[in-house]
Design a protein around this ligand. Structure first.
Ligand code: DON
Length: 305
């Protein structure tokens, strides 16, 4: 017999499938080539059981969702004090690609905007950009629960069109936030955004954070539990960019979106949620993804407040 939660998710998926608002991301040409109709929802419990509906096995690029998990890796590798010298934790209320830097130190306001993510990527453990990439790959694999691969076409497209991110990286180099070769470090950022995931992977990543940093199936601890709270705190206040306030007000869960159409949301101690639908609103968040989270929050009481 189907569980009530599975029945609920199937009804929700069916209802929201008719929502056709939003546009595919097109500022990276390769992102505009995906099937706009794809739609998946997956919810994972703390004992690792996954409830999935729709296109939960379809691959897409993780994009900005990676920022939360690479921030986790940077905290685990360098400690909170050092990380705080490179990136703040204040919501910018600005768009994801805004150049919001502290006026004196040049540190980006938070790790979820591009500037902060580029700074974060530049400080994970590793003596060379190649070694740092291996660290990023390993961290993502631990959160997901299996090895990761990169969409090379998206990665190339990101790099070929990423002039604004290049400008941000040079600004960060100017302020000594990024050390070493900023262009090599930026390539790691493009690469982390191009990691392929599916909706189910996202739900396990979220469930690992919900489970205080331990993957519910592999039982691998991904980061010290004291840092899980930090990551969730910054996701709650900064994870949805200039929609972050409304998100916390209406949905009330730490979350992170990406322009590939994915959203992860975390209900500490209870669920990890992954949603995938590539049509985005003007702030770069998945339209159906936001609607799913609003409905989950309301219908099954997932608002943490
Ligand atoms: O920096 C960029 O342009 C992207 N690769 C990541 C952007 C992203 O996902 C922003 N999110 N909504």
């Amino acid at each position: 017999m189907k569980s009530p939660i599975q029945t609920y998710l199937e009804a929700l998926h069916k209802e929201l499938s008719s929502e056709r608002g939003g546009q595919l991301a097109s500022y990276i040409p390769e992102l505009a080539r995906v099937d706009a109709e794809q739609f998946g929802i997956c919810l994972v419990t703390m004992d690792g059981v996954a409830y999935c509906v729709g296109d939960t096995g379809a691959s897409f690029t993780i994009q900005s969702i990676s920022k939360a998990f690479v921030y986790a890796a940077a905290l685990a590798d360098r400690g909170q004090e050092y990380v705080a010298t490179k990136v703040g934790v204040e919501p910018s209320g600005d768009a994801f690609n805004s150049i919001s830097l502290h006026p004196h130190t040049g540190a980006p306001l938070n790790p979820m905007i591009n500037a902060g993510a580029i700074a974060t990527t530049s400080i994970v453990a590793g003596d060379t950009p190649e070694a740092q990439w291996r660290r990023i790959e390993a961290a993502m694999a631990a959160f997901i629960g299996h090895e990761v691969s990169v969409d090379e076409a998206v990665c190339r497209s990101e790099s070929e069109t990423g002039h604004r991110n290049r400008a941000i990286s040079w600004m960060l180099k100017n302020f000594n936030i990024v050390e070493g070769d900023p262009m090599a470090k930026l390539e790691n950022y493009f690469r982390q955004c191009s990691i392929l995931v599916n909706c189910r992977d996202l739900a396990y990543m979220a469930a690992t954070l919900a489970n205080n940093g331990t993957h519910p199936l592999s039982r691998v601890r991904t980061l010290p539990s004291e840092y899980v709270e930090r990551v969730l705190g910054v996701m709650a206040t900064c994870g949805m960019y200039d929609y972050a306030g409304s998100w916390l007000y209406e949905v009330g869960m730490p979350a992170k979106s990406g322009v590939g159409g994915g959203i992860v949301a975390v209900l500490p101690g209870r669920f990890g949620i992954g949603v995938f639908s590539p049509r985005l609103d003007e702030k770069g968040n998945s339209v159906r993804g936001i609607e799913v989270c609003k409905r989950l929050s309301r219908d099954i009481g997932l608002n943490i407040f």
